[in-house]
Design a protein around this ligand. Structure first.
Ligand code: SF4
Length: 188
């Protein structure tokens, strides 16, 4: 089995996948690169919860620098777009490109993400960004659907089991203002 890097947005979205892959003995690690999250206290909280989920299942966890200025630059001009619009596409692409570069530099064979796990997200949009990021950085993006095969049920169960913190908005200041939601409590 190829070694895979999984980009995670938060523990509530990734916990089911982490548990399943870990129990299957898959060779993989989790990466937290989410400069879209604001404010920084919220970022810190989500990071710590994601690390806790990985520690629970003994999965290698990496986190990269918090770069909100780079993220703001990436989505510049699209601040007021609706969710699933160009702002989200650029947000996905920026994070996935960084994940692809990290995977390439650190000996992973493929990379994937749980950015499309929430039912509020457009899986096709995430896959498009992932494939583009992989092409740009020279590594294969795995478009596996992490919602299927009982993973949604498992995700809900692990959320309860670990009593994970569940945020009420996707992450960026615009999603908070517009009450655009991501992996929120209503999805559990
Ligand atoms: S709503 Fe979520 S996916 Fe869209 S730009 Fe904001 S943080 Fe990124």
């Amino acid at each position: 089995m190829p070694k895979m890097l999984l980009l995670s947005c938060c523990a509530p979205c990734s916990c089911g996948v982490i548990k399943k892959l870990s129990q299957e003995g898959r060779d993989f690690a989790v990466l937290f690169y989410n400069p879209n999250i604001a404010p920084q206290e919220e970022y810190q909280k989500r990071l710590e919860e994601n690390k806790r989920a990985c520690d629970t299942y003994k999965v290698q966890f990496y986190d990269l620098e918090y770069e909100p200025d780079l993220w703001a630059e990436a989505i510049k001009g699209c601040e007021n777009d609706a969710e699933r619009g160009e702002r989200c596409f650029r947000c996905f692409l920026m994070r996935l490109r960084r994940a692809a570069a990290f995977a390439k530099q650190n000996g992973f064979d493929t990379f994937s993400s749980v950015l499309g796990v929430s039912r509020h997200k457009d899986m096709d949009q995430v896959n498009k960004a992932g494939l583009m990021a992989g092409e740009l950085e020279g590594i294969t993006y795995d478009t596996f659907n992490w919602r299927k095969g009982g993973l949604e049920e498992l995700r809900r169960a692990v959320n309860k089991e670990l009593a994970l913190y569940n945020q009420a908005y996707c992450g960026c200041p615009y999603s908070k203002r517009n009450k655009v939601v991501g992996p929120d409590k209503s999805s559990l």
